[in-house]
Design a protein around this ligand. Sequence first.
Ligand SMILES: NC(=O)c1ccc[n+]([C@@H]2O[C@H](COP(=O)([O-])OP(=O)(O)OC[C@H]3O[C@@H](n4cnc5c(N)ncnc54)[C@H](O)[C@@H]3O)[C@@H](O)[C@H]2O)c1
Length: 253
Amino acid sequence: MKDRFFDLSGHAALVTGAAQGIGAGIAVRLARAGASVAVADLNADGASAQASAMRDDGLEAMAVQVDVADPASAERAVSEVLVRHGQLHVLVCCAGIAGKALPTWRQADEDWHTVMRVNLDGVFHCCRAALPGMVERNYGRIVNIASLAGKEGNPNMVAYSASKAGVIAASKSMAKETAEYDICVNAISPTVIRTPILDQLTEAQVNYMTSKIPRGRTGTVEEVAAVAHFLASPDCSFVTGQCYDVSGGRATY
Ligand SMILES: NC(=O)c1ccc[n+]([C@@H]2O[C@H](COP(=O)([O-])OP(=O)(O)OC[C@H]3O[C@@H](n4cnc5c(N)ncnc54)[C@H](O)[C@@H]3O)[C@@H](O)[C@H]2O)c1
């Protein structure tokens, strides 16, 4: 008998930053595995278009507008899924911004705080909203998208690098807090993946990051989605508090 691994039939998933890029790829991958996916994004039109394209492909998806930087908005997004499905099995925090590519001494307060609010506060807001229901039902899988920048620090990306280091540490804290439940909280650190976020950087910045990848190429959205799929599945039951690199060999620790 053939088995279907990492099956997500009957599972409700919320993916932030899912209107495009890595988030959209993860949303599609989870839906193909059977999940009903809330495609959540600041960009309401983009989220609607992505959810609609997924439904056209026979997948289960609904659009949700969310600003992860706003705690009330994050709470509303989680509530929408709970009202619709009665349970949130999977939360993938993928919404993120790169910020301005400048040396630290030319970074403005406002730009630092904007990146922190979206990338780090956003993960905190969404996880805080999702965890009570997961604890109550003794089930949950959380996947937070960090970055290799959070482990190594990218020059000219001080806020981004610090925010992503925070995402890795926050994921480990939450994993320890929930370890006695069937809840797993893990992070993924991708290296350069060709998505629109790279438009926020200079070509020199992208080339610098790509030159550090031993595999000699950028990664794909599908390669990140494959790892997220395992971490979002019931098969991931004894793996928590980890950071998985999708980096073509760049980080080996
Ligand atoms: N692309 C890469 O090379 C790369 C590498 C490492 C980590 N990452 C991380 O992966 C995640 C996705 O990146 P991507 O490359 O797909 O980026 P992207 O710019 O293509 O997509 C990001 C999405 O997040 C949404 N978003 C931005 N601010 C938001 C907010 N306040 N609330 C809700 N949604 C918001 C955007 O509208 C967009 O749809 C980010 O967290 C990013 O830091 C990307």
